[in-house]
Design a protein around this ligand. Structure first.
Ligand SMILES: *Cc1c(COP(=O)(O)O)cnc(C)c1O
Length: 371
């Protein structure tokens, strides 16, 4: 599914030098690499504040902790996403309110968000699923009308660009009040362990989130509230700082592979290609097909027999998860998400796919579908 080894070989000298510098200085935590990477990421994204943390899930948790919400406050998320999006809401004693997604883009359905808003709603957490931004213009308009916070889950979409009707283009993670991303190794900008970052243009939220991530202190050993310990370590920062200058090339390589897939499957009625958000670029964290009229799991097994990995992101929507059983929801409530869970299949997608591999994957998949 991913080829991190080939990518490493291409920038080995920079990565090795960065890691060695951290070891030589022994500043494993809060070394200068962390500050340098934060600055470079700020310049890249255009965010006023970048706060690096331990992982993407922590980023989401810290973001929600900073909003001063109370037990029972409602937070709207899509039901078709990675569990972390709703997990942090539940962990904080807030009430996750899930909504359906769009069949074409697989992103949160804004009309469903509108219908889910109640007097207790405090925030919306749109997910830029698989690498393209949700319909942020409509989401931000809705949030303004109802005085809601918007926390973007941009864990899969770093580097995706969204253009507003006035022509202004912004990056994933810097459109809402807060944005969160992950540097999990297989993410589009991945480190060699765990890592994450939070983006905001709001000075007060930034100060609050820095304190939350640092045991609730503004001044060392003086704890104003209960916080957490979450930080990016210096070695991961050095690795990310070596990779960040290549992020746009990496995105272009993913887009090129996606274009190959799109062309190869253009006439396949059983293989629906990913639909596009009108105003967003797609950075293809995943290339996800919808399989129609064929048994998705059998196709996946047949691919595996030909040494082609393919993954199901995600087989069970949030409202059908055991841990999230809730009398408010039952099977059938979110038909699009439930149908997607049955039919999605993500193909290998990374920065080092060559034509030979793409040709093998696409011809093999077409043979399986027609056999
Ligand atoms: C990866 C991911 C996360 C969590 O990131 P971690 O770094 O693994 O904690 C959250 N949301 C989405 C949509 C993700 O893809």
């Amino acid at each position: 599914m991913v080829d991190l080894q080939t990518q490493y070989q291409q920038i080995k000298a920079d990565i090795d030098r960065g890691i060695q510098q951290v070891i030589d200085s022994a500043a494993f935590i809060k070394g200068p690499q962390v500050g340098a990477f934060q600055e470079h990421l700020q310049a890249y994204t255009g965010a006023k504040h970048v706060i690096t943390v331990g992982n993407g899930t922590d980023a989401l948790q810290i973001a929600l902790m900073s909003l001063g919400l109370k037990a029972g406050d409602e937070v709207i998320t899509p039901t078709f996403t990675f569990i972390a999006t709703a997990e942090v809401v539940a962990l904080l004693g807030l009430t996750p309110v899930v909504v359906d997604v769009d069949w074409e883009t697989m992103n949160i359905d804004v009309e469903a968000v509108r219908r889910a808003i109640t007097p207790r709603t405090k925030a919306i957490v749109p997910v830029h699923l698989f690498g393209q931004c949700a319909n942020m213009d409509a989401i931000l308009t809705l949030a303004r009308e109802h005085h809601l916070y918007v926390v973007e889950d941009a864990c899969q979409a770093i580097g995706a660009r969204y253009t507003f009707p006035d022509g202004l283009t912004k990056q994933a993670g810097v459109m809402g009040d807060i944005g969160c991303t992950s540097f999990f190794p297989s993410k589009n900008l991945g480190c060699y362990g765990d890592g994450g970052a939070i983006f905001t243009n709001n000075d007060d939220l930034a100060a609050q989130m820095r304190a939350i991530a640092n045991h609730g202190c503004f001044v060392r050993y003086h704890h104003d509230f209960v916080g957490v310990n979450s930080r990016l370590d210096s070695i991961q920062a050095a690795i990310l700082d070596a990779k960040l200058p290549h992020l746009d090339e990496y995105i272009a390589a993913r887009q090129k592979a996606a274009a190959y897939y799109d062309k190869a499957f253009a006439d396949e009625e059983h293989l629906l290609r990913p639909g596009h958000e009108a105003h967003s670029t797609h950075v293809y964290h995943q290339y996800t097909l919808r399989l129609i009229g064929v048994d998705r799991d059998k196709v996946r097994e047949a691919l595996a027999a030909k040494q082609i990995p393919a993954m199901v992101y995600y087989p069970v929507p949030l409202h059908m998860q055991k841990a999230y059983q809730d009398p408010r929801y039952k099977q059938g409530d979110f038909p699009v998400a439930e149908r997607l869970a049955q039919c999605v299949l993500s193909l290998p997608m990374h920065t080092c796919l060559d034509e030979e591999q793409l040709e093998y994957i696409t011809t093999t998949l077409k043979e399986i579908i027609h056999s």
